[in-house]
Design a protein around this ligand. Structure first.
Ligand code: HEC
Length: 116
């Protein structure tokens, strides 16, 4: 009985270490964020799969992300700010729903729609 207690104590410590190790690396590396998946689950309903606004998005006033002019005049900071704060009655804010790393990871996705 005593021996078994020590054994499970050790394996618990090893497991906790492993969890800390893996979660630590996934938080610090932006490359582990699946930005495409985030876009598809949070943004596609209005901005469309390819950045072309859906009927819902168009009705609310969403822009065409593939528009070169829009891409050129919009800064990464504006994109990040828009995702964070949204626009009242048009787009919900995402700052409570995603981490800043996740929000930043969405910028290249939006930019990618402009490269056609
Ligand atoms: C409910 C529909 C809806 C959802 C969901 C949505 N948006 Fe929007 N988004 C809009 C509308 C409408 C606008 C235009 C807002 C305005 O005119 O101020 C907009 C504007 C934007 C803009 C700025 C474009 C511009 O006109 O300058 C960006 C960038 C953006 N959205 C990114 C995202 C991202 C990234 C997500 C997912 C995390 C997302 N949106 C989710 C409706 C939505």
């Amino acid at each position: 009985m005593k021996k078994r207690g020590i054994f499970s104590g050790i394996s618990l410590a090893v497991m906790a270490g492993a969890i800390a190790y893996f979660s630590g690396t996934s938080i610090s590396r932006a490359g582990d964020i699946d930005a495409t998946k985030l876009y598809m689950s949070h943004c596609k309903t209005c901005h469309g799969e390819n950045g072309h606004p859906t009927d819902l998005g168009t009705g609310l006033g969403a822009r065409e992300f593939a528009n070169a002019e829009w891409q050129a005049k919009t800064t990464d900071e504006q994109i990040i700010k828009q995702i964070n704060n949204g626009t009242p009655e048009k787009m919900m804010p995402f700052k409570e729903k995603m981490t800043q790393e996740e929000i930043k990871a969405l910028v290249p996705i939006i930019r990618g729609f402009g490269k056609k």
